[in-house]
Design a protein around this ligand. Structure first.
Ligand code: ADP
Length: 496
């Protein structure tokens, strides 16, 4: 089932919106920064001119006994131009605020009050400030003290200014043009962001579509890697590994239930057949008794399968907790070998043990005894009369582990069967041995024990010459090996 993606909450939309917001904020900040720089720059130019004008005015202005006049030659065009510049925004008053010179522009800005004049005249340096006229045009004004030429004790208030209209117009034009262009740029950026986010999300959508095709029945489907080696490829690889593991588990469960039903059906059919035959044909008590004995044997087999399955489920769910102690591997081997001497002698099989003393391991003693008895019972069972079974215990050179070798001169296992002998219910079909078949669970239990202890098991075999099982067990448990993580093979608790 495909889930429709909510566009507003979708990754593509969110990516585009974040990108757009970030980009717009960045453009606005950049715009404001340049606007400020432009303002500072253009005002700086006007201030420089103002300083020039201030200097010129002081140079040309003469005041004698409250009577100001300009020492310029107005017939000279250059002086005339300077005078025009000076007189544009100008105010000259005495210290009480009585106007001596002013200009219409200054009047529209507002003549300074006597208090203001006194305040500025009290300052050490002339003051520069910005004021606007009645029409809202800003002017930059420099105001300060000027002294009379004849009597240096007489001080006057003098202010001169320049219009900031040009500067402000430049800044305003820039601001308007810049922010208007943003109105076009931002939607275009949004479209570009939407397209880019779409491209970035595309592989994710493809992966989602591929993942949707995978169901319980086609877990073998893998999402193809894109080959870019990026995070998405990493995700796909992890996802593929997960489906592979799931497939393995599904397969194991499927095989297991098939095996179980198959294993249970055979003895059940046999019991049913025996009982039916007895019911319809048996006449004597002896015949009934035989039928019941046969049926009981099959019931016994059924019980052992059920017991084994029970133990298996316990092992798989982690309920079979290993009781670990440190013990001498040789001692356990010797005990089990002793137990198998009688069955071996009965089969005319020579059973010997070579034990290196002091090989200690940290393990569950009961499970290790089970391991020995399963391997030894197989060795004795599959070795014909006159053969030998050898048990060797020594320290493993590689890792200072305990090493168990059980070698027989028996029938051997065909090479094609070797990879399967640890599987549940797996039995080698061997016409020559003609032996009573076991449950095919013993070796899988052995494998489970080895794995649960963090060890290794290997087998080498040649048909007709014999088989050797080699088990290596660590002297201490490697970190992180828990029983329920271990190989989950079924178990056969009661070995022959
Ligand atoms: P079973 O109960 O049948 O012995 P196992 O799981 O113990 O089940 O063994 C699986 C199969 O491996 C057996 O059916 C047998 O054919 C083969 N096998 C195990 N050990 C030996 C051995 N020592 N020599 C020959 N074949 C063996």
């Amino acid at each position: 089932m495909r889930h429709p993606v909510n566009v507003i909450r979708g990754l593509r939309f969110r990516l585009t919106v974040s990108y757009l917001l970030l980009f717009s904020a960045l453009l606005v900040v950049i715009g404001l920064y340049f606007r400020h720089s432009l303002e500072v720059q253009t005002q700086g130019d006007v201030r420089a001119v103002l300083e020039e004008v201030w200097g010129e005015a002081k140079g040309y202005l003469r005041i004698e006994n409250y009577r100001p006049h300009w020492s310029a030659d107005t017939s000279d065009p250059e002086d005339a131009h300077i005078m025009e510049r000076l007189r544009y925004v100008i105010l000259l008053t005495d210290s009480n605020g009585n106007i001596l010179i002013d200009s219409p522009v200054y009047e529209s800005i507002g003549i300074d009050s006597p208090d203001e004049i006194r305040r500025i005249m009290a300052l050490k340096e002339p003051e520069v400030h910005i004021r606007t006229d009645s029409a809202g045009i800003p002017y930059i004004i420099k105001a300060g003290v000027i002294v009379a030429d004849d009597d240096h004790s007489q001080r006057y208030f003098f202010a001169i200014g320049r219009s900031l209209a040009d500067s402000e117009r430049t800044v305003r034009t820039f601001t308007r043009d810049y922010f208007l262009s943003l109105l076009a740029i931002i939607p275009l950026t949004g479209l570009l962001g939407w397209a880019l986010a779409g491209r970035a999300i595309q592989p994710v959508n493809e992966v989602a579509q591929a993942a949707q095709k995978i169901t319980g029945s086609n877990l073998s489907l893998q999402i193809p890697l894109r080959g870019s080696g990026d995070e998405l490829d990493h995700l796909i690889a992890s996802f593929n590994r997960m489906t592979t593991r799931l497939e393995d588990s599904f397969e194991q469960i499927r095989r297991f239930s098939t095996d179980v039903s198959h294993e249970l059906r055979t003895p059940l059919t046999a019991i049913r057949g025996q009982l039916e035959v007895a019911l319809f044909t048996a006449q004597t008590a002896e015949q009934y008794r035989d039928a019941m004995v046969n049926a009981l044997e099959d019931v016994e087999q059924l019980s052992s399968i059920v017991r084994a399955l029970l133990l298996l489920s316990q092992a798989e769910s982690g309920q079979l907790v290993l009781q670990k102690t440190t013990f001498d591997l040789g001692e356990v081997a010797e005990d089990v070998v002793d137990q198998f001497q009688i069955p071996a002698e009965e089969k005319h099989v020579r059973l010997t043990a070579q034990i290196e003393p002091g090989v200690a391991i940290l393990a569950d003693r009961t499970q290790i005894e089970r391991l020995f008895s399963n391997l030894l019972s197989n060795a004795v069972k599959y070795t014909p009369a006159g053969g030998t079974v050898q048990v060797r215990i020594r320290r493993d050179e590689k890792k200072n582990w305990g090493r168990i070798e059980i070698e027989d001169t028996g029938v051997g296992i065909p090479e094609e069967n070797l990879p399967h002998i640890f599987d549940r219910f797996y039995r080698v079909r061997n016409a020559q041995t003609n032996l009573i078949q076991g449950l095919g669970l013993g070796l899988s239990f052995v494998a489970w024990i080895v794995k649960a202890h963090g060890g290794q098991i290997d087998v080498t075999s040649r048909v007709g010459s014999g088989t050797r099982f080699t088990v290596r067990l660590p002297a201490e448990t490697p970190a992180g090996v828990a029983v329920n993580e271990a190989y989950s093979a079924p178990v056969e608790p009661q070995r022959l």
